[in-house]
Design a protein around this ligand. Structure first.
Ligand code: NAD
Length: 490
């Protein structure tokens, strides 16, 4: 058994794959460094075709018994899995922060508890999946949610632990087995997830982890012929490549992708709350898919609101994400830093007005200042493309029609935020914005039963509550003629 383990933030983490209930090493390995200070976090196993084949075979072998357990049989194991996550919450949060630079307090108090809920919530929900019957004059339609097989789950680096459980929870609760491909820029917390699953008693092969580079390990997995589902969260460009693999084998694919979400502020809104929430879009250095990155303000309040936002942003501490006072941590990787800085330089060169920020915040490190551009044309790159950094744009509108036109004027449709004091107006605007989630006078809160996903270039499908099972299950209607089983011999 492979034993390539390192200590990260005081926690022992395996750098190997987890396949068929054991650690598996690879000859090839890739470097992994902390975005906080560039420190070496160890060379991680880089999987390829052989590891993908091994993991899918293990997941296939484990599938019949896991599926046969039924939702009630899986429930106690998945409950132990969820509580195992909470038991190790501080360790998971510390490793995640070291690995991807996200805020430690946010990981400890929000992301890890949410991850545990992702497991327990869907395990409970699955108990009632097959209770659904639709009456017809001649037949009863018994709707069944059957396990579908092996699901490959591919996740991004900005919130890998929570986003992985968002897929693992419903996939396992549905009776599927899974192969996870963690992100190569933040591979470690998923390794802990495998340890926790094992300790909770998940049978070997039910949950597998293949570490590696997207174009190698990820590509081998999504092209495997024995998959039942591919669930992907990441960039729109990668989804287009994975979608071609899914199309070749007609494998259902869900895609949760990027965004350039509008943040609309009406004149009669609670402007203090709105300003605080605008500043909150810089959290985790803006590396949040749902962030409202296009601030759109009713023209009559522009000057007053701008000052409130400026005051709120001035309170944001940029620095070490382990410090509880920090709100804006580092960007994930030097390549990503260069990408974000490139957007900023091109916006400056194109004549956009820099309201604040626009520079590296700490010499020689991956911290970037919270940045705001005004005056860019609606069609300019900075108003159209996802930067995935602490970079917002500022626009104004004079009436609702203009607000809606600007909001819908990108290729994305992931989310939107609206601050408004009038319920009727708020709902009229909200109904017309193209988005999977539209927050009114709030941000980032959602019940796990509610649908989540993106429209247009922001995704395919919805997950959450029954929507997750619609994706992970083979749905079948057993239509039984009424009276055809009349009691005999009575
Ligand atoms: P990415 O698309 O570069 O990578 C995502 C994952 O795909 C990684 O694990 C990567 O290794 C893998 N991958 C890359 N190429 C692959 C290939 N050819 N075959 C199979 N797998 C491959 O995205 P990223 O940079 O890691 O993440 C940032 C993006 O994710 C942003 O666009 C962000 O908006 C999006 N995101 C979306 C959501 C959401 O729920 N909608 C949540 C978080 C992040």
């Amino acid at each position: 058994m492979a034993n390539n383990r390192v200590m990260v933030a005081g926690v022992e983490v395996s750098l190997d794959h987890w396949i068929g209930g054991r650690r598996v090493a690879s000859v090839n390995r890739f470097a992994n460094a902390s975005p906080i200070d560039g420190s070496d976090l160890g060379a991680v196993a880089a999987g390829g075709q052989a590891e993908a084949d091994m993991a899918v075979a293990a997941a296939r072998a484990a599938f019949p018994a896991w599926a046969a357990l039924g939702a009630a049989g899986r429930l106690p194991i998945l409950r132990r899995f969820a509580s195992g996550i909470m038991t190790r919450a501080a360790e998971i949060a510390a490793v995640e922060t070291a690995d991807n630079g996200s805020l430690l307090a946010g990981n400890l108090h929000r992301m890890v508890p949410r991850a545990a809920q992702n497991i327990s919530f869907f395990a409970e929900w699955a108990l009632g999946l097959n209770d659904h019957a639709i009456d017809h004059p001649e037949v009863v339609n018994n709707v069944r949610y059957d396990p579908s097989g092996v699901a490959v789950l591919i996740t991004p680096w900005n919130a890998p632990f929570m986003l992985t459980t968002w897929k693992v929870g419903p996939a396992l609760a549905a009776g599927n087995t899974v192969v996870i491909k963690p992100p190569e820029w933040a591979p470690l917390s998923c390794s802990l997830l495998a340890d926790i699953a094992h300790a909770a008693g998940l049978p070997p092969g039910v949950l597998n982890v293949v570490q590696g580079i997207g174009e190698e390990a990820g590509d081998a997995l999504v092209n495997h012929p024995d998959l039942a589902r591919i669930s992907f969260t990441g960039s729109t460009d990668t989804a287009k490549i994975i979608g071609q693999a899914a199309a070749r084998s007609i494998t259902p694919m869900s895609a949760e992708l990027g965004g350039k979400s509008p943040f609309i502020v009406c004149a009669d809104a609670d402007l203090d709350a709105a300003a605080q929430t605008v500043a909150g879009q810089y959290i985790n250095a803006g590396q949040v898919c749902l962030a409202g990155t296009r601030i759109m303000v009713e023209a009559s309040i522009e000057a007053a609101f701008l000052e409130k936002v400026r005051d709120a942003v001035d309170q944001m501490t940029v620095g070490d994400p382990r410090d509880p006072a920090t709100r804006v941590g580092p960007l994930i990787h030097p390549d990503h830093f260069a990408r974000v800085a490139g957007f900023v330089e091109r916006a400056k060169a194109g004549g956009a007005q820099l309201l604040w920020g626009g520079e590296r915040a700490v010499a020689g490190a991956l911290y970037f200042q919270p940045t705001m551009f005004a005056g860019a044309d609606r069609d300019d790159e900075i108003n159209q493309k996802e930067v995935f950094g602490p970079v917002l744009t500022w626009q104004t509108f004079v009436d609702d029609a203009e607000a809606i036109a600007i909001a819908n004027g990108t290729e994305y449709g992931l989310a939107g935020t609206l601050f408004c004091g009038d319920e009727g107006r708020a709902m009229r605007i909200a109904e017309q914005v193209v988005a999977g989630t539209l927050w009114v006078n709030c941000f980032f809160v959602r019940d796990l039963a509610a649908p989540f996903g993106g429209s247009r270039m922001s995704g395919i499908g919805r997950e959450g509550g029954t929507h997750s099972f619609d994706f992970y299950c083979n749905i079948k209607n057993i239509a039984v003629r009424k009276g055809s089983f009349a009691a005999k011999g009575v």
